[in-house]
Design a protein around this ligand. Structure first.
Ligand code: C2E
Ligand code: CA
Ligand code: CA
Length: 591
C-alpha cells in the first residue's frame, strides 16, 4: 500500500471536464498556498486509502501502456495467488479479448483527460471466467507515468450484448436499445444535473469500404470504431449503431465532434481503409438545450430515429448539422402544436358506415378523427405515434365517442361504433387500467365499442399485444384487425392475434379488379381469414364492382365512398341509419 499512499494527498493534474465537477470536490482540489500546504500524515494517507476502497474492490496502478505496477484489494478471480502477483503483468491480459481495444481507448483517455468515470469493462479471470466490472481511473501530476485505476465488480450487463462474430462490432447498442438509453439519459441530465451530450455520427460509405477490405483490416476498422465510441460514451455503454454508416453516442459534455471525426479518420487510415465519403457529426449539449424535459426527450428521440432511418434526405454529409438542428427545432414546434391540439381538444369525429353487403344494412360505424383544416389525420396520427402522444389522444377520443353514444343512448337502434387504437397505445403498461377507468362510467354502453387495431408492432411483441386483446375481449369488447395485408407482419399478426373481425386493406380491394397480383393477395388473405373464423370487412369500396367482387369472395361487410363518406352527422346515423346503404330499398351495388 505504501506506494500509493506516498502519492497522497490526491490532486487532479488539471481541472478537466471529467474531473470532479462542482462543489466540494472542486474546492478541495484547489491548491493551497505552497507555504501553508500541510504535509501528508499517516492519518491523511489512511483516509484516502479508505476513500479508495469505498469506491472499489481492487486498486491498480499501471504505466500508460497498462503494465501493472501495483495492485491492492480483492483478487477478483484475476489471479489465483496474492493480488501482488498481478504486478508485472499487462492489464490487457486480464480483460476479455473483445474489450482489449476498448481498454486502450480508456487508458488513453485517462492520459488525455486526467480522469475517466467508471466504465463497464468485461474482465477475464485466471480460469477464463468472464465478468463485468466498472473501471475508473485518473492520473496525478505528481506521479507522471502512472495511472491509478479502480475496479468495482458489477452485476450483469445493462443490455444483452449481441453475439459477437468474427469481425463484428458486436458491442454497440442497436437502435431500439440506444433510444431507450437516450431517453433515460435525458431524464437524468434534467433531474440530476448530469452534463451529458449527444453526438450523431455519419461515416459516409463505411459499409461499402469495409465490404471491400480484407477480413482482418475490416475487423480492425469495426472493432476500432466500436471500442472508440464505447470509450467516449457515458459509462461505456451508451454508444449505438443506428444504421450501416451511422452512429449515436451519449457522452459526457467534454467530448467534441471534431475530435470524434479526426479519431475515426485515424482508425480507418491505420487499418489501410480508403473511405470514399466524408465523416460528419452533430453534437448537442443536453443540459444547454432550452426544452422542457418531456418534449426534449420526445424531440430528440424523434430526430435520432429520423437520422437512423435516413429519412427526408435531411441528414446528408453536406448538411448533417443544419439538418439535425432544423429537424430538432421543427420537432419541438410540432410536438408543442400536437400537444396543444390534444389538450385543447381541437379535433372532431366523423362517422363512416360499414354495411352488410347482402342486406345493405348498416352493421356499425367507424369513428375517424378530423383536425381543423386537414383532410386526413394520417400525418398527425403517425407523428403522435412517433413522439409518444398517441396514448393520450386515443383515450381522449374513446371518451369523446362514448359521450356521443351517451347523448343518443335512448335511440332504439343506436349503432355500434369502431374506434381506432394504435398498437402503441394498447402496448402501454397502463393502458388496460386506464381504458377501464375511461369506459366504466358508461356501463354497458361501452360495449357498443369495437376496437380497431392497426398492426404496427414488431413481431416479437405480438404475444404481448395478444394478451392485451384477450383481456379486452373477455371484458366484452370486440376487436378488429385493421389494414390486413398492408404491413409486412400481417400473416404473423393474423396467426398470433385472436380477434373477431379482419379489415382487408383498401389497396387490394381497389386494385383487385385490374391487377392479378392484388387479386391473388386478396383471395389468399380472405382464405386465411375465413379459415380463422373471422368476419371480414373490405374497405375503400368505391365502385359497385368492388362490392360485387367482395361479395363473391364471401367478404360479408364493406366500407367506402360507395356506401357513404365519413360524416359529422351522428344524429343521422343514430336515428335513421339503416337507409344509408340502400337506394329505394335495393342494395346499392346490386341496383
Ligand atoms: P383507417 O383506419 O384505415 O381508416 C380508413 C381510411 O380510409 C379513412 O381515412 C377514410 O376516410 C378512408 N376512406 C374511407 N372510404 C374510402 C374510400 O372509398 N376510398 C378511399 N380512398 N378512402 C376511403 P382517414 O380518415 O384519412 O384516416 C386515415 C387513418 O388515420 C386511418 O386509417 C387510421 O389509421 C388513422 N386514424 C383516423 N382516426 C383515428 C383515430 O381517432 N385514432 C387513431 N389512432 N387513428 C386514427
Ligand atoms: Ca380503421
Ligand atoms: Ca384501414
Amino acid at each position: 500500500m505504501a506506494q500509493n499512499a506516498d502519492a497522497l494527498p490526491l490532486r487532479p493534474a488539471t481541472p478537466a471536464a471529467e474531473a470532479p465537477p462542482r462543489g466540494v470536490e472542486r474546492r478541495a482540489a484547489k491548491p493551497a498556498p505552497a507555504a501553508a500546504r500541510p504535509q501528508p500524515t499517516g492519518r491523511d494517507r489512511d483516509r484516502f486509502v479508505g476513500f479508495a476502497f469505498a469506491a472499489a474492490d481492487l486498486l491498480i496502478e499501471t504505466d500508460p501502456k497498462g503494465t501493472i505496477l501495483f495492485a491492492a484489494g480483492a483478487r477478483c478471480r484475476l489471479t489465483q495467488h496474492d493480488v501482488a502477483s498481478l504486478v508485472g503483468s499487462g492489464l490487457h491480459e486480464h480483460v476479455a479479448p473483445t474489450d482489449r481495444k476498448y481498454l486502450d481507448v480508456l487508458l488513453k483517455r485517462i492520459v488525455d483527460k486526467t480522469r475517466i468515470k467508471p466504465a463497464r469493462v468485461v474482465f477475464q479471470g485466471f480460469d477464463g471466467h468472464r465478468f463485468p466490472a466498472l473501471l475508473g481511473g485518473c492520473r496525478l501530476e505528481s506521479c507522471p507515468g502512472s495511472l491509478f485505476l479502480t475496479v468495482l465488480l458489477a452485476s450483469g450487463p445493462r443490455h444483452e450484448a449481441p453475439a459477437v462474430g468474427p469481425g463484428a462490432a458486436g458491442q454497440l447498442l442497436d437502435n431500439h436499445t440506444f433510444t431507450a438509453i437516450l431517453e433515460d439519459r435525458i431524464v437524468q441530465a434534467r433531474e440530476k444535473g448530469l452534463d451529458n451530450g449527444l453526438t450523431l455520427l455519419l461515416i459516409e460509405g463505411l459499409q461499402g469500404m469495409v465490404d471491400t477490405m480484407p477480413e482482418g483490416a475490416a475487423a480492425e476498422v469495426r472493432q476500432g470504431i466500436d471500442a472508440y465510441l464505447r470509450g467516449i460514451s457515458a459509462d461505456g455503454d451508451s454508444a449505438g449503431q443506428l444504421g450501416a454508416d451511422r452512429f449515436g453516442i451519449v457522452h459526457t459534455a467534454d467530448v467534441d465532434g471534431d475530435e470524434v471525426q479526426t479519431h475515426i479518420a485515424d482508425i480507418i487510415k491505420e487499418a489501410g481503409g480508403d473511405l470514399q465519403g466524408g465523416i460528419r457529426s452533430w453534437s448537442l449539449d443536453m443540459a444547454d438545450s432550452q426544452l422542457d424535459a418531456a418534449d426534449a426527450a420526445r424531440a430528440l428521440v424523434y430526430t435520432v430515429q429520423a437520422f437512423a432511418s435516413a429519412q427526408g434526405g435531411e441528414f446528408t454529409i453536406a448538411s448533417l448539422e443544419d439538418g439535425a438542428q432544423r429537424m430538432l427545432s421543427d420537432a419541438v414546434d410540432r410536438i408543442g402544436r400536437a400537444r396543444a391540439t390534444i389538450e385543447k381538444r381541437d379535433f372532431f369525429v366523423v362517422y363512416q358506415p360499414i354495411v352488410d353487403l347482402e342486406s345493405g344494412d348498416v352493421h356499425h360505424l367507424e369513428a375517424l378523427t378530423r383536425l381543423e383544416g386537414m383532410p386526413s389525420p394520417a400525418d398527425f396520427i403517425t407523428f403522435a405515434e412517433d413522439v409518444g402522444l398517441i396514448y393520450d389522444f386515443d383515450l381522449l377520443l374513446t371518451q369523446s365517442v362514448l359521450d356521443t353514444l351517451k347523448a343518443y343512448h335512448l335511440e332504439p337502434k343506436l349503432p355500434d361504433v369502431a374506434i381506432n387504437l394504435s398498437a402503441k397505445t394498447l402496448m402501454s403498461p397502463l393502458f388496460l387500467r386506464q381504458f377501464q377507468a375511461v369506459t366504466e362510467p358508461y356501463g354497458d354502453l361501452a360495449r357498443k365499442l369495437l376496437l380497431e387495431v392497426t398492426e404496427t408492432v414488431v413481431v416479437s411483441d405480438i404475444g404481448t399485444l395478444n394478451d392485451v386483446l384477450q383481456k379486452l375481449r373477455s371484458a366484452g369488447f370486440r376487436i378488429c384487425l385493421d389494414d390486413v395485408g398492408a404491413g409486412s407482419t400481417s400473416f404473423q399478426s393474423l396467426y398470433g392475434l385472436q380477434v373477431d373481425y379482419a379489415k382487408i386493406d383498401g389497396k387490394f380491394v381497389r386494385g383487385a379488379a385490374g391487377n392479378p397480383r392484388d387479386m391473388a393477395m386478396l383471395r389468399s388473405m380472405v382464405d386465411v381469414c375465413l379459415q380463422l373464423d373471422l368476419t371480414l370487412i373490405g374497405e375503400q369500396v368505391e365502385e359497385p364492382d368492388h362490392a360485387r367482387l367482395l361479395n363473391e369472395l364471401r367478404v360479408t361487410l364493406g366500407q367506402g365512398y360507395l356506401f357513404g363518406r365519413p360524416s359529422r352527422d351522428f344524429a343521422y346515423f343514430a336515428k335513421d341509419w339503416s337507409k344509408m346503404a340502400r337506394k329505394g330499398g335495393a342494395v346499392l351495388w346490386k341496383s
